[in-house]
Design a protein around this ligand. Structure first.
Ligand SMILES: Nc1ncnc2c1ncn2[C@@H]1O[C@H](COP(=O)(O)OP(=O)(O)OP(=O)(O)O)[C@@H](O)[C@H]1O
Length: 276
């Protein structure tokens, strides 16, 4: 599989400059600037309501900024057909609900038309069918390819939705809390799947939203910390994922631990009570 088909194949995959989003007179995002290059894997972290999903909506060409500039795959929002632009992106929304009694392979194929159901009178080519089967295999789902969507576990759905998002061979994959609702084994399988995907497709860029550091794949290269709609810090993970910055971000003292396998864990700092 080649992950190359999109406008403006060179340069940053995403660029936001001095972006603001205002709704009902309230700033949901303020002064956000960010550049994502091919091969970078960003984590977007912040407490509930910090603005992560709002920012991902901008980066996925779903919404427009109130002020500032957003370029997605080299195209400036506001000057481009966003529906066409979106067809070049992979966007994994764990709340995606397929329309109708679809099998896993059908749901993956709907990634090509970016629809909830199979488009009437649309028939995938042989190559597209093969692509779907390759992606299903890559995400470890071959044994469930013929299964009906309602019979899947949450973890299986998560992996099938990543395969769906990869159908248009995107250069950019956006993942909105992909581990939500997964049990321990399913989460670990999902993270291994994301690590494997990044290793195989070295120019793919990803942005993953979460509020749990334990849900970050080891291959995460960069992070942005959002707090109350503002960027608290951004850059390589070694600079940004520190106990001090994460404590400020979540308004709670935490100790950050990075284990030998490259994964992170956060522990709340306990208050020390002295005996009287
Ligand atoms: N269309 C809208 N109009 C008004 N307020 C909105 C709108 N969309 C989101 N908000 C508010 O903007 C803030 C940021 O929401 P957002 O969903 O981006 O946060 P988040 O960081 O993804 O949170 P969570 O971790 O809880 O999912 C929240 O206070 C939310 O209520």
């Amino acid at each position: 599989m080649t992950i190359v088909s999109s406008p403006a194949d060179t340069g940053p995959v995403l660029r936001a400059e001095a972006v603001e989003i205002v709704r009902d007179g309230r700033h949901l995002l303020r002064d956000i600037s960010l550049t994502v290059r091919p091969g970078e894997h960003w984590a977007l972290l912040g407490a509930n309501g910090a603005g992560k999903s709002t920012l991902l909506g901008l980066l996925g060409a779903v919404t427009h900024p109130s002020r500032g500039v957003v370029e997605v795959l080299g195209r400036t929002l506001g000057r481009v057909d966003v529906r066409e632009l979106r067809s070049y992106l992979g966007h994994v929304n764990p709340r995606h609900t397929p329309d109708g009694p679809l099998r896993v392979r059908d749901v993956v194929l709907t990634g090509l038309t970016n629809t909830a159901a199979l488009v009437p009178r649309w028939t995938p080519t042989e190559q597209e069918e093969e692509q779907a089967d390759r992606l299903i295999a890559m995400l470890g789902m071959s044994a469930r390819a013929e299964a009906g969507w309602p019979t899947l576990s949450q973890g299986e759905r998560g992996r099938a939705l990543i395969a769906r998002a990869l159908m248009p061979s995107p250069r950019l994959l956006l993942l909105d809390e992909p581990a939500t609702g997964l049990d321990l084994a399913a989460r670990e399988q999902l993270l291994a799947g994301i690590d494997g995907l990044r290793a195989r497709h070295t120019s793919l860029a990803t942005v993953l939203v979460t509020h749990h550091l334990e849900e970050l794949p080891a291959t995460t290269t960069h992070a942005m910390l959002l707090r109350e709609g503002r960027c608290l810090a951004l850059g390589p993970v070694a600079d940004v994922l520190t106990s001090d910055l994460v404590s400020t971000c979540f308004d709670h003292p935490v100790r950050l631990i990075r284990s030998d396998d490259g994964r992170w864990a956060a522990r709340a700092e306990r208050a020390v009570f002295s005996a009287v």
